[in-house]
Design a protein around this ligand. Sequence first.
Ligand SMILES: Cc1ncc(COP(=O)(O)O)c(C=O)c1O
Length: 388
Amino acid sequence: METTGRQIYMDHSATTPVDPRVVDAMSLYWSEVFGNSESAHSFGQEAANALEQARQTVADLLGCRPSEVVFTGSGTEADNLALRGTAWAARQSGSGNHIVTTPIEHPAVGNTVDQLRDLFGFEVTRVPVDGTGLLDPDDVAAAIRPDTILASVVFANNEIGTVQRMVKIGQVCRERGVLFHADAVQAAGRLPLELDDLGVDLLALSAHKFYGPKGVGLLYVRRGTVLVPAITGGGHERGRRPGTVNVAGAVGLAAALRLAEEERVAEAARLRRLRDRLIEGVLASVPDSCLTGDPKLRLPHHASFAFRGVEGQAVVLDLDLEGIAASSGAACAEGEPEPSFVLEAMGLPPDWSIGSLRLTLGRSNDEADVERVLEVLPGIVQRLRACG
Ligand SMILES: Cc1ncc(COP(=O)(O)O)c(C=O)c1O
């Protein structure tokens, strides 16, 4: 196999490198300003000031109050806090027992909802999606019952890039008096996040998806939303997320979100052009291939495909041999390829849904990277099909 020697990273929905400007912004908060932000002395107060500055920056960017911003240890933890926190609060007040969600959530939501059902007795309705992964807001309305407490919807799906009609879904939730949680982990830095327009009560982000550090996330909690903390401990983050706060991480998240927002419109336009060339090139050069997800309502950097009769994981490994990092939604259980549950929920037959490939572009990618993928991918799929 011919290799160019150059590594191409096209897995920006899995994670992104930390922007050097973010590393700079964080550098003071490891060994110099290291105090515990809860401590009364000046070391602690210096850390607390940095933390509150980061909270203010995020609040300004999202259009909310600083008191509505809760720093967490990941996007997963933010989703857990949103779901467990509101479900347990509803249990305490007796206000309801039913949660509405979708079959295409990230496991951070999907598995949490299942646990609330299986261990805590909540009832769950998963509103079906169409063949492009889109939810019909009318179906969400129909799923809401008098005892529904919360609707949780992934703003932009990680596997197929489909962007939901959140404003309409938010309106439905508001009209019915149901809390609305958005998992915006993939959307942040890529789509506008005006909280009032979206009509959300809770919204989860994760810094490592927008060139910030790993291990720090955020939950927006609309004022007045009652949450029982998902983990127990001290009174940090106004009692909503106990545990000594990762000040460097919060500073990094705020710096990364600010940069991503400043550059978002221009970068999204650039990536959209690259993405469209990639989609058009793959569909034209790989027989029995299809785009997965919505062709229009999709993340600007996100291209995802299904190839009939090929294991997506095998394509990923062969691309890696060519120096190209991609991913597949299909997982392998005991050596057997498992169809992607997202593609199954969209109605793709198993011989297609095992063959999913996700190529997600980012700041490091250019036209040459796209052309290199188009040069090697058709041959890889053809060889794997021939090996059968
Ligand atoms: C849609 C979505 N939600 C939640 C998460 C979890 O975020 P984290 O990696 O910060 O735990 C991810 C990560 O891939 C994601 O794509």
